[in-house]
Design a binder for this molecule. Structure first.
Ligand SMILES: [Zn+2]
Length: 242
């Protein structure tokens, strides 16, 4: 194979790799969010119960504070009742006590409801404890793998960019110009296309027998008559179509 063509092929391979790495890095944030969502979906019912428990517990704390407030008001009202000096004061204290006790009773009913929700949630969560810890472990592992892969991609991108510079600098001025023009024009980032089944693998144009012969002779750089990309024929393909 022509040394210049070999360089062009390896430049194309590096550029394709760079393109993939850049895309991986650019889409990483969104892909990480999607990965987390996937686990949230898997743990859907569990997350729901955990949320319900947390909310019920917050309400329980508020209700308990209200209950203790009412209880101290009741104590005060009972004191007032004991020390009432006349019928009017006595009746006022009785009325107040009555109102407070009704409030207390309502709060205690509400509190009981919350306790039931919490108990049921705890029962569900303890029954599913194994599944929950398994899911959490899987989620942690998946995210760690993701982050590791991302770091790896970033490191690979840096290396690839350096190698690219070297390979590009070794091209002839003409090859460099042609390659750059093709890359800039293409949507798929392909300037050097492999020939597969006697066709250009980028535009799928079937190559004329004359072009195939020239490709196998490999004496000069051949371009696709349809898309103008630089063509090359892999060793295996050259043998099977010989
Ligand atoms: Zn083509």
């Amino acid at each position: 194979m022509l040394p210049e063509l070999e360089k062009l092929i390896s430049l194309q391979q590096i550029d394709t790799r760079i393109r993939i790495l850049k895309k991986n890095i650019e889409t990483a944030d969104q892909r990480r969010i999607n990965l987390q969502k996937e686990f949230d979906r898997k743990a859907g019912e569990i997350v729901e119960v955990q949320t319900r428990r947390r909310e019920a517990n917050n309400e329980r704390i508020k209700l308990e504070a209200k209950v203790s407030d009412i209880k101290s008001k009741i104590q005060r009202a009972e004191r007032n009742l004991r020390v009432a000096r006349n019928q009017k004061e006595y009746e006022a204290a009785v009325r107040e006590l009555d109102v407070l006790q009704k409030q207390l009773s309502a709060l205690e009913t509400e509190l009981l409801d919350k306790m039931v929700i919490i108990e049921e949630a705890d029962k569900f969560l303890s029954e599913r404890a194994e599944e929950i810890s398994k899911l959490e472990a899987e989620r942690k592992e998946a995210l760690e793998n993701f982050d590791r892969q991302l770091e790896h991609d970033k490191a690979q991108l840096e290396i690839s960019l350096k190698v690219r510079q070297e390979v590009f600098a070794s091209l002839s001025a003409n090859s460099a110009r042609v390659y750059t023009r093709l890359i800039e024009r293409s949507n798929d980032g392909i300037a050097v296309a492999e020939v597969i089944n006697e066709s250009c693998s980028s535009c799928f144009m079937k190559l004329r027998p004359q072009v195939m012969m020239e490709l196998k002779r490999a004496e000069k750089i051949i371009t696709c008559e349809s898309c103008t990309r630089i063509l090359y024929i892999a060793k295996a393909e050259a043998e099977t179509t010989a």
